[in-house]
Design a protein around this ligand. Structure first.
Ligand SMILES: [Zn+2]
Length: 67
């Protein structure tokens, strides 16, 4: 199984959108739980890593965001 690698500052494109409709989440903190910030509404959420990884469609490295 593919291991998803991301770090603080990267943006994750999710398979399932946030209730506000946005699919992109910025990574705020990485550990056994991941803290992410919704790019659409600015709310932050803490999700267990395992659960989050299943929902990632694409990882956008921080240096490629906004390009
Ligand atoms: Zn949102």
């Amino acid at each position: 199984m593919e291991i998803k690698k991301f770090e603080v500052g990267d943006v994750l494109e999710m398979k399932k959108a946030h209730p506000c409709g946005a699919r992109r989440m910025r990574v705020l903190r990485v550990g056994s739980d991941i803290r992410i910030l919704c790019v659409g509404c600015g709310r932050d959420v803490t999700v267990p890593r395992e659960k989050l990884e299943k929902n990632i469609r694409k990882i956008i490295p921080s240096d490629e965001v906004d390009s």
